[in-house]
Design a protein around this ligand. Structure first.
Ligand SMILES: Nc1nc2[nH]c(SCC(=O)O)nc2c(=O)[nH]1
Length: 275
């Protein structure tokens, strides 16, 4: 039913974006310090109660500078949260086909791959075979080094063309367009200039013909756009500002840490925009 919810939101026609709540199951996720991993906060049911339409579960941090996580460890981390996901609509944030398969077997409703099915050679066929929705996100380089020297001739056109090519690859593999979500990948191999251009040019990506997902919550781009130092824990106002910018440009899914606050901000925005 993730698919139905996706198609229910039309860009620019007063649709409210879906809110994807982030559940990091990693000890090194910069934003929430991986409390959940130490059995702390980040309870999936709490995210749903707060208004999340879907919960995105990630057991491998792909923040800038993050080291890759071994398959066994990623599976172990995912397994540790499965009991808490019963009855929850959720997606898995992974680049590994084996983790995708385990998540789908455990009830995940969507694959969210920051590598757009390029990291694991087995991922495309697995998603094609399973018939599930998939988020294709643009990235340049690998998490460990992607922010060292991001470079583009024309970031809007290059990201657009790269995503268009990934969609074509999916279509060729039998993944229907109705199953695909595209994402420009804020912060994944982008300077502040590149992130700003992508945010300003978001509406262009509707031409890909698929729903768009935007993930800028608590990211460094907020500090850059604010023009001053903003510690990670103080980026909620900026995260809400970027979320509303995305909503105003017809983005269909917002991936956020602060669900209740984002839901309220969207409700007020809709209260103004509603026909
Ligand atoms: N689709 C999608 N998946 C993501 N996973 C992360 S992890 C890094 C962080 O949350 O800072 N970011 C994103 C994003 O922007 N889009």
């Amino acid at each position: 039913d993730v698919r139905e919810r996706l198609t229910a939101v039309r860009p620019g026609y007063g649709g409210r974006p879906l809110v994807m709540g982030i559940l990091n199951v990693t000890p090194d996720s910069f934003s929430d310090g991986g409390q959940y991993f130490e059995g702390g906060g980040g309870d999936p049911a709490a995210l749903v109660t707060a208004g999340a339409d879907i919960v995105d579960v990630g057991a491998e941090s792909t923040r800038p500078g993050a080291a890759a996580v071994a398959l066994e460890e990623e599976l172990r981390r995912l397994g540790s949260v499965l009991p808490a996901l019963a009855g929850v609509r959720w997606s898995v944030d992974t680049r590994k086909a084996a983790v995708m398969a385990a998540a789908l077997d455990a009830g995940a409703g969507m694959i969210n791959d920051v590598s757009a099915l390029t990291h694991d050679p087995a991922a495309m066929a697995l998603v094609a075979a399973r018939g599930c929705p998939v988020v294709l996100m643009h990235h340049q380089g690998e998490p460990a080094t992607m922010q060292v020297a991001p470079a583009y001739d024309d970031v809007l056109l290059e990201v657009f063309d790269w995503l268009a090519a990934r969609i074509d690859a999916c279509l060729a593999a039998g993944i229907g367009r109705e199953r695909i979500v595209a994402d420009v990948g804020i912060g994944f191999g982008k300077s502040l200039h590149h992130n700003r251009a992508l945010l300003r040019g978001l509406a262009l990506f509707h031409a890909l013909g698929v729903p768009l997902l935007l993930g800028a919550s608590r990211k460094r781009v907020i500090e850059g756009l604010a023009g001053r130092a903003v510690p990670v824990g103080a980026r909620l106002p900026g995260s809400l500002a970027v979320a509303l910018h995305g909503a105003a440009h017809g983005v269909q899914i917002l991936r956020v840490h602060d669900v209740a606050e984002t839901v309220q901000a969207l409700a007020v925005w809709r209260g103004i925009e509603a026909a």
